[in-house]
Design a protein around this ligand. Structure first.
Ligand code: XIL
Length: 372
């Protein structure tokens, strides 16, 4: 009697186990297919920006999502000067090292962001008085960081946001002290420090005609100095419903005609009221609750607009996939997006493909449908 019960018990357990394993592997299989990185594997890399909590894998579900969906990662903040080089004689590599280890462990393409940028600078840099001292800072900074990760970081945003909207050079601390030459110097030092890394110039609004013309001059300047530039990063902070598709296409064509790759490096779509396109951190809007209309969820028509915008963009990217190396989203899920706090703090924004509960949105499925 006892033996009979035990046998039945083991039989049931075995059946439950077998069914469980089968169901699990089926759903795993289905899940595997539902991934951006797999869907676009023959087209371009699909990246995301990682914040510090994601780098240290503090949330298991987010971590699983990152590994399933993306094959490229960019450091959202941890390689910016203020964090990685806080004092003239002090570097802080702890999170940057973890970022690199994360990417290596999961076989991901690693993007270093960014070596020379006027924003998120450590205060000591702003206080450097002479051109010689600033040049010495740039040399040490690039050599130390790009050198440390030589052979690990696949691509560097060597210089970020050097241009004004009219295509002229931004009056940054680097430009003020060193003139246009800071650009070529940065690429020269990066090339020496990390010979195997791809070197990019990265900026927002460089699909717009005037800024694009300035960007083309900038790229030519690097090339005619006999230096290597492998690609240009169009950040891609656009406004939903107003994505400048024609300008983007024209830019892809004109940049790739210079013999370099085009990457979309910081893609997100603004869903809230904003009357300008771009990503200038200094450009802020006053806090105003009427400008934060969707705290309880995004209306369906806006959700559909977002889906259409992403579909239109990816159709265009696929059309020019031979010229595009990577499309990176600026964050994993809506809750993480910097657009909740810029240009106005404390808003509830919806710019990405995954919602705050990590559920894929309509836009996500529209992108997968492009490949079915
Ligand atoms: C943003 C980050 O996402 C925020 O967390 C941070 O507070 C400010 O910077 N262009 C860039 C990015 O090149 O580095 C910026 O990232 C967004 C605009």
């Amino acid at each position: 009697m006892r033996t009979g019960i035990r046998r039945k018990f083991f039989l049931t357990i075995t059946m439950v186990y077998v069914i469980g394993v089968t169901a699990c592997s089926v759903s795993k299989d289905v899940q595997q297919k539902h991934s951006l990185k797999n869907a676009f594997q023959h087209d371009f890399l699909i990246g995301t920006a990682l914040d510090s909590s994601q780098i240290v894998e503090s949330n298991k579900k987010v971590d699983l999502l990152i590994k399933k969906q993306f094959n490229a990662i960019t450091a959202e903040n941890v390689m910016k000067t203020a964090i990685i080089h806080p004092k003239a004689d002090r570097y802080n590599f702890s999170l940057a090292d973890k970022f690199v280890a994360y990417g290596k462990k999961h076989n991901m393409y690693l993007v270093g962001h960014t070596l020379i940028w006027h924003s998120q600078l450590a205060p000591f840099v702003e206080k450097i008085a002479s051109p010689e001292a600033l040049r010495a800072f740039m040399t040490a900074h690039i050599k130390t960081i790009a050198g440390r990760y030589a052979g690990s970081i696949n691509a560097w945003d060597v210089v970020n946001e050097a241009l004004n909207e009219d295509g002229s050079f931004r009056n940054s601390v680097f430009y003020q002290k060193l003139g246009e030459n800071y650009l070529t110097e940065s690429f020269r030092i990066a090339q020496q420090a990390a010979p195997a890394a791809e070197l990019y110039y990265n900026d927002y609004n460089i699909e717009q005609p005037a800024k694009r013309a300035g960007c083309i001059q900038l790229i030519k300047k690097i090339q005619s100095a006999g230096l290597r530039i492998d690609g240009v990063g169009i950040q891609g902070h656009w406004l939903s419903g107003k994505v400048p598709l024609e300008a983007i296409e024209q830019s892809i064509l004109e940049y790739s005609a210079l013999g370099i790759q085009v990457a979309i490096t910081e893609l997100d779509l603004e869903m809230l009221p904003r009357n300008f396109q771009g990503a200038d951190l200094e450009h802020k809007m006053k806090t105003d609750s009427t400008q934060n209309p969707y705290t309880k969820g995004l209306p369906e028509n806006k959700e559909q607009q977002l889906a259409k915008d992403y579909e239109d963009l990816f159709r265009l990217f696929l059309k020019h996939k031979d010229k595009i190396s990577r499309v990176t989203f600026w964050g994993v899920e809506d809750g993480q997006s910097w657009l909740n706090n810029w240009p106005m703090p404390g808003r509830t924004n919806y710019p990405l493909l995954f919602d705050r509960k990590l559920k894929p949105k309509a836009a996500y499925f529209r992108l997968l449908d492009l490949k079915n």
